[in-house]
Design a protein around this ligand. Structure first.
Ligand code: TMP
Length: 202
């Protein structure tokens, strides 16, 4: 099973993924955890570009192409072999991130086309959170802000994610988690909302 976790910056993704991994392991899944941007060459180049504080050292078209390139190599070198080996692959961000983030300032159809060869995940776990909560978390946990972390952008992104999920609703299982719950309650929320689609393996 190929599971992608999605949400805006500050949605509490890292903590949720750690809990999700424990939940899946307890249900008998051999989990392989991964993320995009990846640790492969293109993924590292993307992180370097995103981390730079000065004027954007890239064009938005270039960034969209880099995310798509990173994704295709991720699939070929890591995701597909792990799935073939019987693992449950859990990725922190995937296709919907490009469709939401890059389409904020580029034509949606073009971004989708770039990602034509990126297979759909089996399940998308979307962490829904208010922009206020996301901004408060980002202010607490990070020094300085990355380019994607302004209020206006996070609002635009939330709308973009909703659009993407509406488009893919019939083709991918989409499960929502409540990103407003406190850290201690994340595990309970996962248990309550996801037990139905991840039955215990014998
Ligand atoms: P992260 O902070 O969740 O590790 O992700 C890094 C940033 O990259 C985050 O702001 C979201 C952004 N991103 C895109 O814009 N498009 C993509 O396709 C992916 C995977 C991430």
């Amino acid at each position: 099973m190929f599971i992608a976790v999605e949400g805006i910056d500050g949605s509490g993704k890292s903590t949720t993924i750690a809990e999700l991994e424990k939940f899946l392991a307890a249900r008998g899944h051999a989990v392989h955890r991964t993320a995009e941007p990846t640790k492969l060459d293109t993924g590292r180049a993307i992180r370097e570009l995103l981390g730079q504080k000065s004027e954007r050292p890239y064009t938005r078209h270039e960034l969209a192409l880099l995310f798509a390139a990173d994704r295709l190599r991720h699939l070929e070198e890591e995701v597909e072999p792990m799935l073939a080996a019987g693992k449950t692959v859990l990725t922190d961000r995937y296709l919907f991130s490009s469709l939401a983030y890059q389409s904020a300032d580029l034509p949606y159809e073009w971004v989708r086309e770039l990602n034509r060869f990126a297979r759909l995940p089996d399940v998308v776990v979307y962490i829904g959170v208010s922009v206020d909560t996301a901004l408060a978390r980002l202010a607490r946990f990070r020094q300085g802000t990355e380019i994607f972390e302004t209020r206006g952008f996070l609002e635009k992104l939330t709308t973009a994610y909703e659009r993407v999920m509406a488009e893919y609703a019939g083709r991918v299982t989409i499960e929502r988690l409540d990103g407003e719950v406190t850290m201690e309650n994340i595990a309970a929320d996962i248990e309550q909302r996801l037990s139905g689609i991840f039955p215990k393996k014998i």
